[in-house]
Design a protein around this ligand. Structure first.
Ligand code: GRF
Length: 206
């Protein structure tokens, strides 16, 4: 069983999709035990509280250096025996010490079909604005592993969503969330937990 930490910055609809998936038995190999918010106002913390899950804030500006921030984050994770980290609308950059401590154990949801509309500066509504500006007929969401390069790790799952006539960034974001993000993030989390549990079982068998 993998202990999962979900890192959030905003409304937490992706966190809610993960919580609902776990309640529905669609996350059999993992258990969400911690939510870490990058700021105290993230509504995602309310969702964690309602679900009876520990929610903490690890905020960059509360630390003097990136190193201190990274070690606070790493300590919060290791001290609770976290095995899988899910970035769900998380807008801070995870420091190298955390990424290195969790190889192939960190996943992120990005609201486009990577490699389109990703990388520095592409987050939230900006991603959908860029898709509309470009005039793509299809967009979607991607779950990928997190490595040291932003939005660059191996792709786990993608789901396409059609762009509709008259879409605004808000209507497109909503459709991508409903039809793609909230489906593939729980699926990907279940896949990672399953793989890790299998690896640990094989290691134990020697
Ligand atoms: C959404 O734009 C989502 O696509 C991206 O983060 C934003 C907020 O998501 N991953 P959430 O509602 O906080 O999960």
């Amino acid at each position: 069983m993998q202990k999962i930490a979900v890192l959030v910055s905003g409304g937490g609809t992706n966190l809610q999709a993960l919580l609902d998936a776990e309640s529905a038995g669609r996350l059999p190999g993992g258990k969400i035990v911690l939510v870490i918010a990058s700021n105290p106002t993230a509504y995602a913390l309310e969702r964690a509280k309602a679900a009876g899950i520990e929610g903490i804030v690890v905020r960059k500006k509360d630390y003097n250096t990136q190193q201190e921030f990274d070690s606070a984050m790493l300590n919060a994770l290791l001290s609770r025996g976290i095995g899988v980290i899910v970035l769900a609308g998380y807008l801070s950059l995870l420091g190298d010490p955390v990424v290195k401590a969790y190889p192939q154990r960190i996943i992120n949801i990005h609201p486009s079909l990577i490699p389109s509309f990703c990388g520095a500066g592409y987050y939230g509504l900006r991603v959908h604005q860029a898709a509309l500006d470009y005039g793509v007929k299809v967009t979607g969401a991607t779950v990928h592993y997190v490595n040291e390069i932003y939005d660059n790790g191996k792709i786990l799952l993608q789901k396409a969503v059609e762009v509709q006539e008259g879409d605004t960034p808000e209507t497109l974001q909503r459709r991508v969330m409903e039809q793609a993000e909230w489906q593939i993030l729980p699926q990907a989390a279940a896949m990672v937990c399953e793989r890790l549990n299998q690896e640990q079982k094989e290691e134990a068998q020697g």
